[in-house]
Design a protein around this ligand. Sequence first.
Ligand SMILES: [Zn+2]
Length: 268
Amino acid sequence: MPATPPKAALPPPWIDERSARAQIAEVAREIYGRKLSGATDGNLSVRVGADRVVTTPSGVHKGRLTPERMVVVDLQGRVVGRPAAGADGKALKPSSELALHLAAYRARPDVGAVIHAHPPNAIAYTLAGGQLSETLVSEVVFACGQIATAPYTTPTTQQVPAMLAEYLRCYDVVMMLRHGSVTVGRDLDSALARLDALEHTAGIYCMVRMLGGAAPIAPAEVDRLFDLAHPQPPPYRTPGTGCPPPEAPAEADAALVAAVLRALGARS
Ligand SMILES: [Zn+2]
């Protein structure tokens, strides 16, 4: 078994539930407005205590979210308290991808907020076979650290949290192939800043590809950038931590596409 990575394990100062509700509503609207996710796609959460998480409800348009329309759960995913009613009068349920958020909180006590989004440039670049783990520009090292791309798993199934737990143990920014991103942070602002930097960087990488490509920064300079940006080496730069490699795994076959279509059909 790999050793436990030396990630800072101290929990962040948790904010109160009322503030978390307001912050999530504001950031959700921003994510929708900036097209980092469409309509009801994606989900956000903030940890407000040792066993409490405030999260976005399932099926509610991210541009229309209000602080009252959140769901509070414990770390097992059980709804706590009386949930608000949706537009149809029925009680709101947590997102179908809640398990992904809970996996992050279980894997990383230092994480206070999680954002799952569908950033189009980042999805397109990885779909086209690009490696976001490459360092073509220096700033990404400061904003995101190492971007990792995880294999495809069927959305809403237990495959997603099981696979992501391994990645989030090590990385703050993870792309899920053919699906979307997961960014974590001590608070919602830092998780949003990482999502922002991921998508901005992917946009540049897409343009570079269209212009004919570019060489990555030399490995010695990448090491220097990581030393400057992360004086305490993160797990993925620490030997013996057993972190999965950041490169996107090779894939793409008919069975995979069929699995995606089945999953989408099952949710419609
Ligand atoms: Zn998703």
